[in-house]
Design a protein. Sequence first.
Length: 218
Amino acid sequence: MSRAHRRTRPDLLLVAHGTRDPAGPRALERLRVAVVARLPCVRVRLAYVELVRPLLADTVPELRRPTVVLPALLSTGYHVKHDLPTALHKATAPVVLGAPLGPEPRLVSALADRLRAAGADDGDPVVLAAAGSSDPEARRAAQRTRAMLQEHRQAPVGLAYASMGEPVPEAVRRMRRANGGRVTVAPYRPGGGPRRRAGGCAGRAGAGRAPRAGGPGP
């Protein structure tokens, strides 16, 4: 693709939350590389709201070309409604803020595939472990994803939150009482997040743990 053709297309900036878990940035970099492979004529960058550099607040003033900003987040919430628009007000180049990645049936299908690859049988109960939010729209999005996954798998799916909702251990115990047998916890956040206790809590509650929903597989 010629340099002139590249200049006719806006850049793409993927914005993730950020995490202290080193696996998170690696997964998101794989996502960025996958996007580059699909859009070879577009410059694709990656930034984070917090915890990981480059930070969005530092990246926005550096934008020199029209840019589409895509939240690499799974629902609309505080970051999409507040943090990103606030940061983008400082842009000197034209910017357009896109929608978050979910809820999205293709993500649900990918999550079901990851559950199967992790050893969960099609009929096993699952707890979907979301980040948690006080935003009603974000909570509705998590509930919608839970419903889509339950319909896709034709098996019980519960919902837990790392904050501001039913914790993972309680959700696991409730699912085991209601359904018996093994319960698999499916973390639902792209490239991780600051809520790192879900896996350990799930283990103490007697649950297996599937790979993260978001981001390409290893």
